[in-house]
Design a protein around this ligand. Structure first.
Ligand code: NI
Length: 224
């Protein structure tokens, strides 16, 4: 399942992120890539040791964890601290698959889900689309500032060359409480359906039974 969420963070936070990223130090993106991804990765990343960058990525991570749709789709157990990336004219990130296991301050985590939070106006740069290889073919995403795409870490994907302007994004990874994508999708569908039932008819018997099934499937599948 690939999910796009518009306005995943408040406008005020987005403006602060943009202001900070306009005025911070960047490092070569290859420093954080695996040995084979390094050969195709050409971008810059905000220096993760700067206090303002650390503070922002923590704030963004907790904003995402509070977002109901993100929570329902990802069911994060652990999250890798976000990275802020910048692609200037001529930069791109060729086809790669994200590392299956990544180091975090709390120890190693498995990457089940990858996400990109677009941080600047898509009309302000040319190119820079995120391209995800799926069984249905290649799908291209270039979202508005403040929108997020959540996709399986198991996919081959790339960022097309930026031919004009610059592309700013935050990227991150989650280990889900539910490892299997199909199980996560069933839980997401059930949760969506019970919320629709609640909105339409209130706390009905149908809502209660859907909630019970959701809770009991999660009980079977969750690793916490
Ligand atoms: Ni990637």
């Amino acid at each position: 399942m690939i999910l796009c969420i518009d306005q995943v963070i408040p406008t005020e936070l987005l403006s602060r992120v943009q202001a900070t990223l306009a005025d911070t130090a960047y490092r070569d993106g290859r420093e954080t890539a695996g040995w084979h991804a390094r050969t195709v990765k050409q971008n810059e990343q905000a220096d993760g040791r700067q206090p303002e960058v650390i503070a922002l990525r923590e704030e963004l991570t907790s904003a995402l964890q509070r977002h109901p749709l993100f929570q329902m789709a990802a069911r994060p157990r652990r999250m890798k601290p976000l990275m802020f990336s910048r692609y200037q004219e001529g930069m791109s990130y060729g086809n790669h698959v994200d590392d299956a296991v990544m180091a975090t301050p709390e120890g190693a985590m498995r990457t089940d889900l990858s996400f990109t939070l677009f941080l600047n106006d898509p009309d302000s740069y040319e190119g820079g689309e995120l391209l995800i290889d799926s069984t249905a073919g290649e799908q291209t995403y270039k979202l508005p500032a403040g929108a997020l795409i959540l996709y399986p870490s198991s996919t081959l994907h790339r960022v097309e060359p930026v031919t004009q302007g610059e592309r700013l994004a935050a990227v991150g990874w989650a280990q889900s409480q539910v490892r299997e994508p199909q199980q996560r999708e069933i839980l997401f569908d059930l949760d969506t359906t019970r919320r629709q039932e609640f909105e339409a008819n209130g706390k009905t018997r149908t809502f209660d039974m859907l909630s019970k099934s959701l809770a009991n499937l999660l009980r079977m599948w969750a690793e916490v």
